[in-house]
Design a protein around this ligand. Structure first.
Ligand SMILES: C[S@@+](CC[C@H](N)C(=O)[O-])C[C@H]1O[C@@H](n2cnc3c(N)ncnc32)[C@H](O)[C@@H]1O
Length: 351
């Protein structure tokens, strides 16, 4: 039997387990959690899901331009640290490092932060030339970070944090729990989450609901604290708070490239994700003094910041297979209904 299913069965003998606790166990159990296993869950073949990085380098290339703009705005410091929490295989860092040149490239040091052993192994390969040249390094999640000037960026970090689904039933809130009969919605006091949801809606209708990530404030605090000045940028699944409430957000399970709501099955062997509440993320960042906060669909962010005319001209000089791959990468990131319309990009500035 799957060791995490055994663990959860033992816990169920003491009563229902909130969905967020099941998600925490499935993803981060120190030995059997999906993100603590030694074998990687990424990529197209024989894996569970792909991210924007599997589609090609355009996300990294656009990000490289945003980082360079931040470096300019900071007055071109001699050292620009770019910290990536939840860095996974290090592909986004690699694509950024491949895209930069000149004095900005000399100033940029990329820091990969992700305790997943499979991620670390894959990142050692992806970042090898940059590690050797001291243009990239690893930082354990427990390593206290010295203050730095530069940027904190992430792709699909916040959607991998344990989150609790809540639903308004007209007279009371219910939360999703696992019982020995299977998943159920049970009445409970949402505390802080209830006050937040109520403040983000003109009037809740029965079945409205959202997900509440209890660990978000602590992680935001941890990531923002060492950033003395510069850019905070997060790319993630999610929407503003009012839209999540109206759609009744819940947890999703990704297994072998199919997605469903069976968050309690195959624990440790399937990825679990929750939509990110971008309104709350922006509010938390603002409470730490970040300014200029904006968030928009990834497709719009790419169209706003990528020099598509220039890139188009460069691609014309590439061999046909590469040209086709770049075009597909662009379409995936910008066409309605594709990945770029399901993701958002948040940017904020630390003075
Ligand atoms: C969905 S994966 C995304 C990986 C990568 N960014 C990508 O796009 O392929 C989420 C990653 O976040 C990591 N993670 C979760 N909590 C973290 C934290 N507090 N600090 C750093 N990494 C974390 C997990 O180990 C996992 O590798």
């Amino acid at each position: 039997m799957n060791p995490l299913n055994e663990l959860i069965q033992a816990r169920l003998t003491q009563g229902p387990v909130p969905a967020a606790d099941v998600m925490a166990l499935g993803l981060y159990h120190p030995e059997h959690g999906y993100y603590r296993r030694t074998k990687g869950p990424w990529g197209f073949e024989g894996k569970d899901y792909y991210t924007a990085l599997d589609l090609g380098p355009l996300l990294g290339q656009t990000l490289a331009l945003r980082l360079e703009a931040a470096w300019e705005r900071l007055g071109r410091p001699g050292r620009f640290t770019a910290l990536e929490p939840g860095a996974g295989r290090g592909w986004l860092g690699r694509d950024v490092l491949n895209a930069v040149s000149g004095p900005f490239a000399e100033a940029l040091v990329y820091v990969h932060r992700d305790d997943s052993p499979a991620a670390r192994y894959a990142a050692e390969q992806a970042l090898a030339p940059f590690l050797t040249a001291n243009r990239a390094r690893f930082a354990a999640e427990s390593e206290p970070l010295d203050p730095f000037v530069g940027a904190v960026f992430s792709n699909e970090l916040f959607d991998a944090l344990p989150a609790q689904p809540w639903r308004w039933e007209g007279e009371c809130w219910t939360r999703e729990v696992l019982t020995d009969r299977g998943p159920e919605w049970q009445a409970a006091d949402p505390g802080e989450a209830g006050a937040w949801f109520a403040s983000q809606s003109d009037g809740l209708e029965p079945k409205d609901g959202s997900v509440w990530c209890a660990g978000l404030p602590e992680l935001v605090q941890e990531l923002v604290a060492p950033l003395q000045a510069g850019l905070f940028l997060a790319v993630d699944y999610g929407e503003p708070a009012d839209r999540l409430l109206a759609k009744g957000a819940d947890l999703r399970r990704f297994k072998a490239h199919s997605v469903d709501g069976k968050w309690h099955e195959d624990l440790g062997e399937a990825d679990l994700t929750a939509d990110v509440d971008f309104t709350r993320l922006a509010t938390l960042l603002q409470s730490h003094g970040l300014t200029d906060l904006t968030h928009m669909e990834l497709s719009k962010w790419v169209r706003t910041h990528a020099p598509l005319d220039l890139w188009g001209a460069d691609w014309m000089a590439m061999p046909a297979p590469e040209r086709k791959a770049r075009t597909e990468n662009l379409l995936q990131l910008t066409l309605p209904g594709m990945l770029g319309s399901r993701f958002r990009v948040l940017e904020g500035w630390r003075r």
